[in-house]
Write a protein that binds this ligand. Structure first.
Ligand SMILES: Nc1ncnc2c1ncn2[C@@H]1O[C@H](COP(=O)(O)OP(=O)(O)OP(=O)(O)O)[C@@H](O)[C@H]1O
Ligand SMILES: [Mg+2]
Length: 242
């Protein structure tokens, strides 16, 4: 089986405006960063890979399966939306159980997976708290928990570290790195360059709907002569081309 996400000549328009223009990108197994400023097209790209937006121009495959076969792709993908929200009146544990049931997990498996993801996301103390009473960072971690609940081979996480305190950010980055080390494909968007520098080998820089750079963190730094990824990224987007 061909593993990874393969995007070929993807153009995606909202009405007449193209949010992605002729994007081609290969995301291999491992932790792969997607870096770009507000409006660059990161969420649009992730939603297309997660089959939530239709791919009308170009081709996107996930582990060899075209996104047109949405049910097959969804079974393989765990997705954390940028605007994750859940049922405010359920407890964290109930919400995970409910979301797991919706994605077709059988009860015995759910009984094992819910405590496991609560532990991984450091949410055990919040398990019986109502979702509506969670802080922003806790809700983000619940979003991560639901994304990995069915142990998917492909994870697409849209700004997973947004709103997390420094301790939880480091913990989450380590979790993503661990999940990727197990052979999964983990696509991780952010506009915080140090988050990617700390854990990702590969990254793509997206700007105004186009890929400005795709390769390794080390190569981007070497090409731009910058000492850290933040400066390398700025040199890349401000220079227009890589
Ligand atoms: N539903 C929509 N309808 C119309 N235009 C949209 C819609 N969603 C996004 N856009 C536009 O598409 C472009 C890309 O947006 P997108 O949300 O993909 O960017 P992003 O890189 O995720 O930004 P951010 O860092 O702010 O999350 C922007 O110009 C945005 O205004
Ligand atoms: Mg976004």
């Amino acid at each position: 089986m061909q593993t990874g996400i393969c995007i070929e000549h993807l153009t995606l328009r909202y009405g007449r405006k193209a949010a992605l223009c002729d994007v081609s990108l290969t995301v291999p197994p491992g932790l792969y960063g997607l870096l770009g400023r507000n409006g660059a097209g990161k969420t649009t790209l992730m939603r297309t890979v997660a089959t939530l937006l239709p791919c009308r121009e170009g081709r996107v495959t996930v582990n060899g399966v075209p996104t047109a076969q949405a049910a097959r792709v969804r079974a393989m993908v765990g997705y954390l939306p940028q605007d994750f929200a859940a049922y405010p009146s359920l407890t964290v544990r109930e919400a995970l159980g409910y979301l797991g049931t919706l994605s077709g997990l059988e009860r015995p498996l759910l009984r094992r997976r819910v405590p496991a993801v609560l532990r991984l996301l450091h949410l055990e103390e919040q398990a019986d708290k109502r979702v509506g009473a969670l802080s922003g960072g806790m809700l983000r971690r619940l979003g991560m928990a639901q994304a990995i609940l069915h142990d998917p081979p492909v994870l697409i996480v849209d700004e997973p570290t947004a709103g997390l305190d420094p301790e939880e950010r480091v913990r989450l980055r380590a979790l993503l790195a661990r999940l990727a080390a197990g052979g999964r494909v983990v696509l991780f968007s952010t506009h915080i360059a140090p988050d990617i520098e700390a854990v990702c080998g590969g990254l793509a820089v997206l700007d105004a709907g186009r890929v400005r750079y795709a390769g390794t963190v080390a190569d981007l730094k070497a090409r731009t002569g910058a000492g850290d990824l933040e400066r390398a990224y700025l040199a890349c987007v401000q220079g227009g081309k890589d």
